[in-house]
Write a protein that binds this ligand. Structure first.
Ligand SMILES: Nc1ncnc2c1ncn2[C@@H]1O[C@H](COP(=O)(O)OP(=O)(O)OP(=O)(O)O)[C@@H](O)[C@H]1O
Ligand SMILES: Cc1ncc(CO)c(N)n1
Length: 274
C-alpha cells in the first residue's frame, strides 16, 4: 500500500443550491480547486437556479446536530465556513457545537438574502448572529446590506463602512471584511478589511457582468481553504480575493439568469490552460 498523503480539511456549514453556483456546491468546488479536502454540513436544501430561489426546505435540527457530531467524532476540520444558517435556532445550535468541539479558524459569512432578493435568513436570526456567531469568527465577511443589518449603520459613505467594520470587530470578530460588490458601480470594487489595528482596502477591477451568483460563498470558502492551510488571516484574505477575482473575470455560460462564477479559472490559469 502506498503512503497516505496528509491533507488539510475544510468544512462548510451551509445551504444547498441545486443550481450549483452558490451555497455548499460553491464551497466544495472552491475547496477542491484550492487543494483542501472538503466536508459539508447542510442546514437547508434550496430549490434554486440562476433565475432565483424557488423553495427553501430546512434540514431538521436533529439532522444538523447529527451531521456536526459525525464530523467531530472522526474528522477534525482545520477550518470552517458558515453560510446560510436558516434561522436563529440553527445559528444558536451551530455556534454551541462549534464551541463544544473547540473548532477553530471559523469564517462567518452572514448570508441573509440571495442576489435575486429571496430571504435566506429570518429577521429574528439577526440577534443570534450578533450574540452567538460573531464571537466565533476569525473572519466575518458581510456584504453591504448584511453589514447594515448587523450594525444598524446605513452605509452610504466610506466612513460609514469603516464605522460598521469597527462595530463588527467590537462585537467579537477577529477580522472583518466588508465586501464591496454592492458598493457603488465604478470601475473598481473595494473590500474593506479591519483587524482591530489596521484598516485597509483591497481594490480590484470591477468586472461588468451579470454572472455574480455565489461570489460571496466562493470568497468565504476560499478564505476557509486558506486558513485550513495554516495561512494568517491577512494572507488568506489577499489570496481568496485573487481566487474570486479570477473566477468572476473568466465567466462561464451557464443558465439564463445570474450565472455562477468560474471555479476552475484560478487553477487553469496556474497551469496556463487559459
Ligand atoms: N462585478 C464584480 N467585479 C469584481 N469583483 C466583484 C464583483 N462583484 C463582487 N465582487 C467581489 O466578490 C466578492 C463577494 O462580494 P459580494 O459583495 O458580491 O458578496 P455577496 O453579496 O455576499 O455575494 P452572494 O450573496 O452572491 O454570494 C468580493 O470580494 C467582491 O469585491
Ligand atoms: C444556499 C445558498 N446559500 C447562499 C446564497 C447566497 O448567495 C445562496 N444564493 N444560496
Amino acid at each position: 500500500m502506498g503512503q497516505l498523503i496528509k491533507v488539510s480539511k475544510a468544512l462548510t456549514i451551509a445551504g444547498s443550491d441545486s443550481g450549483g453556483g452558490a451555497g455548499i456546491q460553491a464551497d466544495l468546488k472552491t475547496f477542491q480547486e484550492l487543494g483542501v479536502y472538503g466536508m459539508s454540513v447542510l442546514t437547508a436544501v434550496t430549490a434554486q437556479n440562476t433565475t432565483g430561489v424557488q423553495g427553501v426546505f430546512p434540514v431538521s435540527i436533529e439532522g444538523l446536530e447529527a451531521q456536526l457530531a459525525s464530523i467531530a467524532s472522526d474528522l477534525t476540520p482545520d477550518a470552517i465556513k458558515t453560510g446560510m444558517l436558516f434561522s436563529g435556532e440553527y445559528i444558536e445550535r451551530t455556534a454551541y457545537m462549534i464551541r463544544k468541539f473547540a473548532w477553530e479558524n471559523v469564517v462567518v459569512d452572514p448570508v441573509m438574502v440571495a442576489k435575486g432578493g429571496a430571504t435566506l435568513l429570518g429577521e429574528e436570526a439577526l440577534h443570534a448572529m450578533k450574540t452567538c456567531m460573531l464571537q466565533l469568527a476569525k473572519i466575518v465577511t458581510p456584504n453591504i446590506p448584511e453589514a447594515e443589518a448587523l450594525t444598524g449603520i446605513e452605509i452610504n459613505s466610506p466612513e460609514a463602512r469603516e464605522e460598521a467594520a469597527r462595530v463588527l470587530f467590537d462585537a467579537g470578530a477577529d477580522h472583518v471584511v466588508v465586501k464591496g460588490g454592492h458598493f457603488g458601480n465604478g470601475d473598481f470594487v473595494t473590500d474593506l478589511v479591519f483587524n482591530g489595528i489596521e484598516m485597509f482596502e483591497l481594490i480590484e477591477k470591477r468586472i461588468q457582468t451579470k454572472n455574480t451568483h455565489g461570489t460571496g460563498c466562493t470568497f468565504s470558502a476560499a478564505l476557509a481553504a486558506e486558513l485550513a492551510y495554516g495561512r494568517k488571516p491577512e494572507s488568506a484574505i489577499v489570496n481568496a480575493k485573487k481566487y474570486i477575482q479570477t473566477a468572476i473575470e473568466h465567466g462561464i455560460d451557464v443558465g439564463s439568469g445570474h450565472g455562477p462564477v468560474n471555479h476552475f479559472a484560478y487553477r487553469r490559469i496556474a497551469h496556463e490552460q487559459y
